[in-house]
Design a protein around this ligand. Structure first.
Ligand SMILES: Nc1ncnc2c1ncn2[C@@H]1O[C@H](COP(=O)(O)OP(=O)(O)OP(=O)(O)O)[C@@H](O)[C@H]1O
Ligand SMILES: [Mg+2]
Length: 505
């Protein structure tokens, strides 16, 4: 063997009923490197890395760890051989402490009792090694997602993992949390841990990785050396075609004579004095830092949180939705940020999920029009490219990104006047991002109004007709298209925060 590989996957194939998730994929991880693994939603990334941990048993193919071949990987074997994975949806127990989560399933014992003190000491040691400040006694439910992820990483360190596999670790994190996570990843690299890093954000892949492997439709495409690769080349390899534009062109279709949504001095859910209008055919972008109060505002408009004062008008009429159900009936839809918790019903089919908000409309005397139900689901499956064998597939069997597309389809089907998108393309691959932007364009071309919350500056600027910036639960200002500029937006977003800091110092 000429090269020093810690982990090798050879000719991996994985079939599910009706789907070949992996056709013939090879992956080689060099000792001490960070390998970026990229591919579109449903390409097979998560399935591939689950084969390494024994969470998925490949139909055929070989797995080698340190040159030793395993016929059958099991979670226990993987752990014993130094493989640790942080899954896309990590599984922790919210009611237990940080330390208890770290030793979940393998507690330290003293005789027949569990030695809580020893576990807390070990956890503290692992946190210290990673320079992270978590109290081992703290309940996981009181920690941010960023810290919850750190516990998972610390667990890998405590188990002396040689290989750490991270499946879209940045997706649930805020920008600051991502920065801390990068620092921990760099630290691990220095310690000699080999890492597989999956992400849809190419800038992260460029920043962290030594080499990049691309897979498409369950097939191996190529592995490139990071400094030699370019963004365009990687996109072409992932998507299988040239993509020249990031944002589809949209002729201005704002109809200033028709105000779809108007907020007059709305306070609620922690937000203060929100006043603005959204016109028919307009995409109003809502910018700001995490914690600025953007999602909170959306929740008030959508009836998920109570309004304390002020007025909300839809098409000139005052509304007071007391629940999302009422808001939906009034013609408001919302694609929430936390799609796992508020989004799809995982145990039911794509078809049922997409039609969920409109069953009332497509039924007569409680009998569902099955033809419309099917056509509707097929239409969205095609439009937003939901990768699935049939629309009867259960949502839980879809890849992470495709689950998000189902939720998107569900809200689009609802045929609403106002659609609120909260981080519409988080965790979605480049090709599908473009499709979602096209859909937003279609919605406004039909005269609907869109409120789009986005933390991606490029997306905010690329898609909005107008931008309102919030900071610390207040409106800071409004920008017209010709005033769009990342620096201006960032300055506005941090305005009050700076002032507060000045006052402290
Ligand atoms: N348990 C399952 N049953 C049936 N099909 C499955 C199952 N798990 C995964 N698949 C299918 O295998 C394919 C690959 O899915 P996978 O989750 O590996 O994609 P991915 O590259 O991780 O995508 P994403 O970027 O969206 O997370 C998808 O078409 C998915 O629907
Ligand atoms: Mg995945």
């Amino acid at each position: 063997m000429s090269e020093d590989f810690v982990l090798e996957l050879e000719h991996i194939r994985k079939e599910y009923p009706g789907v070949v998730a992996l056709k013939d994929v090879t992956l080689q991880l060099r000792r001490g490197e960070i390998l970026g693994l990229i591919g579109e939603n449903g390409a097979g990334k998560s399935t591939l890395i689950k084969c390494c941990s024994g969470a998925v048993i490949p139909t055929s193919g070989k797995i080698k760890i340190n040159g030793k071949e395993f016929d059958r990987m099991t979670p226990q074997l993987a752990a014993e051989n130094g493989i640790a994975i942080i899954y896309q949806e990590f599984n922790n127990v919210k009611e237990l402490s940080a330390a208890e989560n770290m030793f979940l399933g393998r507690p330290i014992r003293k005789g027949i009792t569990i030695d809580r003190k020893a576990m807390e000491e070990e956890a503290a040691k692992a946190f210290e090694q990673l320079h992270i400040k978590i109290n081992p006694k703290e309940l996981v439910k009181n920690l941010t997602v960023g810290y919850q992820q750190m516990i998972e990483i610390a667990k890998a360190i405590q188990q002396n993992a040689q290989v750490l596999i991270m499946d879209e670790p940045s997706a649930p994190l805020t920008n600051n949390e991502v920065e801390s996570m990068f620092q921990v990843v760099e630290l691990l690299r220095k310690k000699g841990v080999s890492i597989i890093y999956i992400s849809h954000r190419l800038e992260e892949i460029f920043r962290l990785s030594d080499r990049i492997e691309v897979i498409r439709d369950g097939e191996y495409v190529d592995t490139l050396i990071t400094p030699e690769a370019t963004v365009d080349q990687l996109i072409r390899m992932m998507v299988g075609r040239e993509m020249t534009q990031k944002f589809p062109p949209r002729p201005c279709c704002v109809d200033e004579s028709k105000v779809v949504l108007e907020l007059r001095d709305v306070c609620g859910n922690g937000d203060k004095n929100m006043s603005f209008k959204i016109h028919a055919g307009e995409v109003l972008g809502l910018g700001g830092l995490v914690g600025a109060g953007r999602t909170e505002l959306a929740q008030v408009i959508f009836g998920a949180k109570p309004k304390e004062s002020g007025q909300i008008l839809l098409n000139g009429k005052e509304i007071n939705p007391k629940s999302p159900r009422e808001a939906i009936d009034l013609g408001i839809a919302m694609l929430p940020e936390d799609r796992k918790r508020h989004g799809a019903l995982l145990g039911v089919s794509i078809k049922n999920n997409i039609n969920m908000p409109i069953y009332k409309r497509i039924s007569k005397a409680s009998v569902i029009d099955l033809g419309t139900e099917k056509n509707n689901a097929e239409k969205f499956r095609e439009e937003i490219q939901i990768k699935c064998p049939t629309i009867n597939q259960l949502v839980k069997n879809l890849s992470g990104g495709n689950q998000q597309k189902v939720i998107l389809g569900k809200w689009l089907a609802a045929d609403s006047q106002l659609i609120i998108f909260d981080e519409p393309t988080r965790g979605i691959d480049v090709g599908a991002k473009y499709e979602i932007y096209k859909l937003i364009n279609d919605l406004v071309a039909q005269g609907r109004a869109v409120l789009m919350i986005s933390s991606e500056m490029e997306e905010l600027i690329g898609m909005s007709d107008r931008i309102i910036v919030l900071a610390e639960r207040q409106m800071i200002g409004e920008l017209q298209k010709e005033e769009f500029n990342p620096d201006t937006i960032m300055t506005m977003a941090s305005a009050i925060v700076d002032q507060a800091q000045k006052e402290v110092s």
